[in-house]
Design a protein around this ligand. Sequence first.
Ligand SMILES: Cc1cc2nc3c(=O)[nH]c(=O)nc-3n(C[C@H](O)[C@H](O)[C@H](O)COP(=O)(O)OP(=O)(O)OC[C@H]3O[C@@H](n4cnc5c(N)ncnc54)[C@H](O)[C@@H]3O)c2cc1C
Ligand code: FES
Length: 278
Amino acid sequence: MTAPASLYAPRPCRLLETSDLTPQEKLFRLQLADGTSPGHQPGQFIQLSLPGLTEAPISIASSPTRGPVFELGVRRAGRLTSALHQLAPGTTIGIRGPFGRPFQLDALRGGPLLLIAGGCGLAPLRSLIQYCQDRPEEFGAVHILYGARSPDDLMFKDDLAAWQHSDRFDCRTTVDRTPAASCYDGDTGLLPELLSRLDFDPTDCRAVLVGPPPMYRPVIAELRRLGLDGDRRIMLSLERQMRCGVGKCGHCSIEHLYCCSDGPVFWLEEVENLRGAL
Ligand SMILES: Cc1cc2nc3c(=O)[nH]c(=O)nc-3n(C[C@H](O)[C@H](O)[C@H](O)COP(=O)(O)OP(=O)(O)OC[C@H]3O[C@@H](n4cnc5c(N)ncnc54)[C@H](O)[C@@H]3O)c2cc1C
Ligand code: FES
């Protein structure tokens, strides 16, 4: 992994474009002021800063195969992300990074993949999905399963439609509830139910999970029931509140691990028995 020029000094970055993804999430297209690529790998995050406000860790939602312009999908959660949602194209923001352990691409190459996201977790997973799309010769069959609370809460709807029409992917969505007047035509129910109806060969299959904490245990239990057991079969990305982002302050610790530098991507067996990890 290439170390960034400075771990602590934010690099100026120009906001090129914004668009609404859902009522609470926006897409941000950015480019570093010097025109270079951020140098990330799928699964890594940046520490985003605005003048006068703290930083926030945000996953890069686009693949490094797409060139120097990169994208973030950001939920309006608190002070910094609300301020970010107000910015107009042309504004300069700061980024540190990319940081963190990415998805382990070497382990994902070859066999079939189950890429499973809940809610905002589709943002980091989108980087990996685009990577698989751009390097089709490196990957086996790719199943994408995405769950959200309601049809309105589905992020990246244009991408989901394109993935559903692509020969490259088997892409399915599910929502917790469908309003009566909705024209949504995907599944309804929780992700484990969608998973239980999937037709796939678990031999050599690997799963990648990114989503809210309550998603992990039920999805993992279903994956194991379907035959994904043993070491290095299930990879997941965890979120913790962060400060330094580079393994120095201890703010993001999960027992002896730092989410920012040992993760955010872990193999299940690395964290499953750690207190409060899942
Ligand atoms: C590795 C990593 C990648 C992330 N990627 C994304 C992303 O791609 N898109 C996105 O929208 N968000 C992402 N987040 C979450 C994002 O960092 C927080 O929502 C953000 O820090 C909130 O900042 P704020 O100042 O707007 O809100 P604050 O005022 O700091 O917090 C608002 C609320 O969010 C909670 N919160 C803050 N940080 C976190 C966190 N890390 N995990 C869970 N809850 C938190 C606070 O407890 C509070 O309840 C990621 C977090 C991590 C650790
Ligand atoms: S945020 Fe400082 S050690 Fe992880």
